[in-house]
Design a protein around this ligand. Structure first.
Ligand SMILES: [Zn+2]
Length: 57
């Protein structure tokens, strides 16, 4: 189990078998996050941008 911090709200997020570029949703604030870096059991997240993709309403 790896861990990271939501850049939006600061909540700790646990993720199993993280993969770079994977999209996860923060359970705390609901923002979509992209895994930007995986370093052992530490994960860095970036807020996933909605660049012309179907990102919902
Ligand atoms: Zn959050």
């Amino acid at each position: 189990m790896a861990k990271g911090v939501c850049p939006e709200c600061g909540a700790e997020i646990e993720i199993e078998d993280p993969v770079e570029k994977e999209i996860v949703e923060c359970e705390e604030c609901g923002v979509e996050l992209e895994v930007s870096k995986v370093d052992g059991d530490e994960v860095e997240f970036e807020v996933a941008e909605s660049e012309g993709e179907d990102w919902g309403e």
